[in-house]
Every structure is written in structure tokens, then in C-alpha cells.
Design a protein around this ligand. Structure first.
Ligand code: GDP
Length: 366
């Protein structure tokens, strides 16, 4: 999963990005590394992994991971090529979801590009750039469909559909709030356009330390963002980038104490990961053995062969069956063998829908 961090200059994007990636970069086991300073890998905290690791006296624990991309430089006029605008917009096209950082903290030492703190205006400024960029994509599609429409019924239908989305965006609305989708064909079309404003969004309301404990309830800016996000089915998470930066410097024990002092039960990183899982409808299944205990991220509702395909394409192609035990059943019985003797290890076929916390052994033909 790849999340792109966007927002106006000076809202706290880099502070947040640096603290998240620093705090989450502990796992030396993670199999891929990147040298791009704007990309960071964060592992998904999951207490179940250590428990299984102890049970199997495993050599290696590999948590699920999320890739963050710091997409700086999105300013007013970006879609018209201001600065390096278009390049930044191209970077956003590649992410699964957008984390939109919004400044809700006052600090007279830190200049706001538009002179004052106004989260809703900031959101609209960024969204407008995304809309402009999407309109360009639609124009290109429309030109293509217009050429084909005379002799091609499907192209004619698509042309009409494109025009409707275009009208929607021209009213300053996001593609994700476009509801006039008649059938599966149209659903597939709108997905294939890869529009920026069709992507899931998490608004990160960057607040002052004082606003953290009650989750921004006293901050009018945060409340406005919440109301707005609810209308477009987006998530909001309240964070103080400055505190995250301090947290990232601490070890586990100190971190726990610091969070308790602030009246918090989890760090911003943990909150953000939970919000992303919820928004994107993600779950984790687990594999466990002496060589490796590992968490895999999949979409909720995915069937066993596709889940197997996350591990290796051969597993999906040659899928025979899955041996599945719930994490609680496995841990509750102490060993795999004991769970099996109680009939808690199930044999599941191609139609089985994988659940969060399933511990799975795939059987497959090569
Ligand atoms: P970016 O341009 O969006 O990447 O913003 P930066 O992360 O560089 O932050 C801009 C300035 O705001 C820096 O001086 C940060 O130290 C400061 N800043 C970031 N987050 C907070 C915060 O939560 N509270 C306060 N008071 N300052 C912050």
C-alpha cells in the first residue's frame, strides 16, 4: 500500500513524514529499501506477530508495511505547471490513497502561504488543483472518444459518461462524489481513468499540543474539516506533527510514558495506520513457521487464491486449498498440532473469503 502526503507549504507535511518514517522504520527485516528521500517505509504494528514468533521460535518476523511518499510542492497553480506542479501531480497518480495535511495550529512564527489559518480554504485550494488536473485527463479522453463515437456504440456511451463527470468536476466537486454510475461498465471506466479526486483521502488535521487530548473537539477548524470529510466519506485524523517528531526520538518505554502524560493511548502513526486500513477496507492475514512469521495486507472480501497470490503468483495459479486456523484458536491451544486435534484447523477451498487474523498455510501445485 502506498500513501501520498499532500498539503500546502508550511502545514507540517515534512515534519509529519519524517517523524512517521523514523518511528516506523525499526524493522531491519523489511525486504525492500529505497534510496529516494521522499519515500519511506513504515511497518504496521501488530502484537500478534511477536506471540506467533515466540510460539514458532521463528528466525524472522516480517510485519506488513505501508509506503509513504512526501509530495511537496503542491501550490496554487500547480495544475498549470507552476513550479514543478505537473510532476507532483503525476506522483499523486501512483498512490492508493492521499493523506492531506491541513494546518489547524496557530504559530505566529510560521508563515502561512495565504496569510491566515483557515483549514477549509486550504483544503479547497488543494482540491481545486487536483480537480484541474483531472479535467485535463478527462479532456484527453473526451477527444479520443469523440473520434471513435461515430462508428462505435460503446465509445458513444463512454463519451456521454465522460461529459457527465466533467460537468460534475466543473462545479468544483470531486470525482469520488459522482454518483451517476449506471452499471459495471461505467464503474470500470471511472476506475480506469485514475483520477486524483477519485482516490480515498484521509485529512490529517495538524493541531497544537493542547488540542490533542480531546481529539480537536475545541478546535473550530478541525470541526469544519470533520463536517466536510463526512460529506465525501473521507477519514479525519487529528495529529500534532511536532509531538510526533519528539515521539520519534524516544525508545518504546519512554514513548509509552510520554503518551500517557499527554492523555493518549496511541501515537499518531498508529492512528493513521488504523484510519488507512479502515478507509481502504484492508485486513491482515498471517503466515507462521520456523523460517518466518509474517503479516500480509489484503482487501477485505478477498478470496483465498487471490490472498495466496499476494505471497507469490505461483501460489494463486496452482492453488489447491488453504489450511486455516483463527489466530485466537491457535494461540489459545498453544500449538498448531493441538488446535488441529481439536478440529480447529479448517481446509478451505477457492471460494473461501479470508478473515483478519487467519493464520494460513497454502497448498498449491507448481
Ligand atoms: P511543509 O512545508 O508542509 O513540509 O511543512 P514543514 O513540516 O516543513 O513545517 C513548517 C514549519 O511548521 C516548521 O518550522 C515546523 O517545525 C512547523 N510545524 C510543523 N508542525 C507543527 C506543529 O504541529 N505545531 C507547530 N507549532 N509547528 C509545527
Amino acid at each position: 500500500m502506498k500513501l501520498g502526503i499532500v498539503g500546502l507549504p508550511n502545514v507540517g507535511k515534512s515534519t509529519l513524514f519524517n517523524s512517521l518514517t523514523k518511528a516506523g522504520a525499526e524493522s531491519a527485516n523489511y525486504p525492500f529499501c529505497t534510496i529516494d528521500p521522499n519515500v519511506g517505509v513504515v511497518t504496521v504494528p501488530d502484537k500478534r506477530l511477536q506471540v506467533l514468533g515466540d510460539m514458532y521460535t521463528t528466525k524472522k518476523i516480517v510485519p506488513a508495511a505501508i509506503e509513504f511518499v512526501d509530495i511537496a510542492g503542491l501550490v496554487k497553480g500547480a495544475s498549470k505547471g507552476e513550479g514543478l506542479g505537473n510532476q507532483f501531480l503525476a506522483n499523486i497518480r501512483e498512490v492508493d490513497a492521499i493523506v492531506h495535511v491541513v494546518r489547524c495550529f496557530e504559530d505566529t512564527n510560521i508563515v502561512h502561504v495565504d496569510g491566515s489559518i483557515n483549514p477549509m480554504r486550504d483544503i479547497e485550494t488543494i482540491n481545486l488543483e487536483l480537480i484541474f488536473s483531472d479535467l485535463e485527463i478527462l479532456e484527453r479522453r473526451i477527444a479520443k472518444a469523440t473520434k471513435l463515437a461515430r462508428n462505435d456504440k460503446s465509445a458513444a456511451k463512454e463519451l456521454a459518461f465522460l461529459e457527465k463527470i466533467k460537468n460534475h468536476l466543473e462545479d468544483d466537486r470531486l470525482a469520488k462524489t459522482f454518483e451517476d454510475i449506471a452499471d459495471e461498465e461505467e464503474e470500470n471506466w471511472i476506475e480506469s481513468y485514475n483520477l486524483l479526486t477519485y482516490k480515498p483521502v484521509i485529512y490529517a488535521a495538524n493541531v497544537m499540543e493542547d488540542d490533542l487530548a480531546n481529539d480537536g473537539a475545541d478546535n473550530a477548524g478541525v470541526q469544519a474539516v470533520r463536517e466536510y470529510a463526512a460529506k465525501e466519506n473521507s477519514e479525519v485524523f487529528v495529529v500534532c506533527a511536532q509531538i510526533e517528531q519528539e515521539l520519534a526520538e524516544l525508545d518504546e518505554e519512554e514513548k509509552k510514558e510520554f503518551l500517557e502524560d499527554l492523555g493518549l493511548s496511541e501515537s499518531g502513526l498508529e492512528k493513521l495506520i488504523r484510519a488507512s486500513y479502515k478507509l481502504l477496507g484492508l485486513i491482515s492475514f498471517l503466515t507462521a513457521g520456523e523460517q518466518e512469521v509474517r503479516a500480509w495486507t489484503i482487501t477485505d472480501g478477498m478470496k483465498a487464491p487471490q490472498a495466496a497470490g499476494k505471497i507469490h503468483t505461483d501460489f494463486e495459479r496452482g492453488f489447491i486449498r488453504a489450511e486455516v486456523v483463527y489466530y485466537d484458536d491457535l494461540v489459545g491451544n498453544g500449538t498448531y498440532q493441538a488446535a488441529k486435534e481439536k478440529g480447529l484447523v479448517r481446509l478451505e477451498g477457492k471460494e473461501y473469503i479470508v478473515k483478519d487474523g487467519d493464520v494460513i498455510l497454502f497448498r498449491f501445485n507448481v
